[in-house]
Design a protein around this ligand. Structure first.
Ligand SMILES: NC(=O)CC[C@H](N)C(=O)O
Length: 352
């Protein structure tokens, strides 16, 4: 007997098994990643979304904290064909509803055809279809979550590492492995709140301004956009995922919502300069539509959307995918070397 219900925007109610009880709502998205469930579930970019795993078995190598990208689970609920007990117990302890035992192929086709949509979920002994529908009715649009940054950012600045290059990482929901990728390469990383002001940024005396990944609509990260507009040209600027979108918007570009986005660990990206295609990890539902003052240097082979933007004149480099590769292929880790090289060459030029 089913003890969980998913109410979809299509009007369908799907029955499932409750693996972690509770009620939730959010934007229903899917990832095709077959590994990396610990990293995905702790990625702050999934805040306010309900994450469906297209791969049928999730949890077959346990749950280990070393692989977490932040200190909590961010999707508001989790959907899979089959969750192992390890993952179900972890989600229960985090109070995040989870369901399995449904045909996730159908759900993924619904999302591919109808686009990312709202969902309401009710799971557990008292769950009813009506409760799931009530959750759906209360579900806001992603773009209406205007202060989503406050749910995922540090409240106070933090410093990590003790290197020669000072990176100001504006935390719009940063993954932990972005910080560690920079620290491992010899940076001091100043993790700053998403609403940092230009004066607060200047006080850090950074060598590079780096805008992190993060959840929701990039249009809702106006403070970060202001930082880029104010400091570009004076400081090298880098960004990952939401960071690329914010940087493009600050430099005269535009962003738009995609139908169902890119979420997985095998998204092919063509680099125009080298002619090489690399495999990348991705998690985004918005894309840069117009790059403004930036040049598109990399594109997604599947749909030609911009994956890398650059301005040699302004010392800007950004990536739409996740070069920190947690989880996922390590093909693009050299992005972090490129960012730090930009900062070091700037330091030398200024000293001369
Ligand atoms: N991983 C991210 O930074 C996601 C960026 C943005 N929230 C999007 O969905 O496109």
């Amino acid at each position: 007997m089913s003890d969980a219900y998913l109410a979809l925007e299509t009007g369908d109610v799907v029955e499932a098994n409750a693996r972690s009880p509770g009620q939730a709502r959010g934007e229903l998205v899917f990832t095709t990643a077959y590994t990396g469930y610990e990293e995905s579930l702790t990625d702050p970019s999934y805040e306010a979304q309900v994450l469906t795993f297209a791969y049928p078995l999730i949890g077959n190598y346990g749950v280990r904290e070393e692989r977490f990208e932040s200190d909590r689970v961010h999707p508001s609920a989790v959907v899979a064909r089959e969750l192992t007990d390890d993952v179900a117990e972890w989600l229960q302890s985090e109070g995040v509803p989870a369901v399995d035992g449904l045909d996730t192929r159908d759900l993924v086709l619904d999302i591919r055809e109808g686009g990312a949509m709202k969902v309401g979920i009710a799971a557990g002994p008292d769950a009813t279809p009506e409760a799931a529908k009530a959750q759906l009715e209360d579900c806001p649009h992603m773009s209406d979550l205007t202060d989503i940054g406050s749910r995922v950012s540090v409240a106070e600045p933090e410093v990590h590492g003790d290197g020669d290059v000072d990176v100001a990482l504006v935390d719009c929901g940063a993954k932990g492995s972005i910080v560690s990728s920079l620290v491992e390469r010899g940076a001091t990383v100043h993790v700053l709140p998403y609403d940092t002001t230009p004066a607060e940024l200047a006080a850090v005396e950074p060598d590079v301004l780096f805008i992190s990944n993060g959840p929701g609509d990039p249009a809702n990260f106006e403070a970060a956009e202001t930082l880029v507009s104010e400091f570009v040209g004076d400081l090298p600027v880098a960004g990952i995922c939401l960071g690329q979108q914010v940087v493009a918007r600050a430099l005269g570009g535009t962003t738009e919502k995609m139908d169902f986005g890119h979420r997985g660990v095998n998204q092919p990206v063509l680099d125009y300069d080298s002619g090489r295609v690399v495999m990348t990890t991705q998690n985004h539902g918005y894309t840069v539509a117009e790059p403004g003052d930036l040049e598109v240097t990399q594109i997604n082979v599947n749909d030609d959307t911009p994956e890398g933007l650059d301005s040699e004149e302004l010392d800007v480099i950004t990536r739409q995918y996740h070069p920190e590769a947690n989880p996922g292929p390590h093909d693009s880790l050299d992005f972090f070397d490129d960012v730090l090289a930009l900062a070091s060459s700037r330091t030398t030029v200024t000293a001369d």
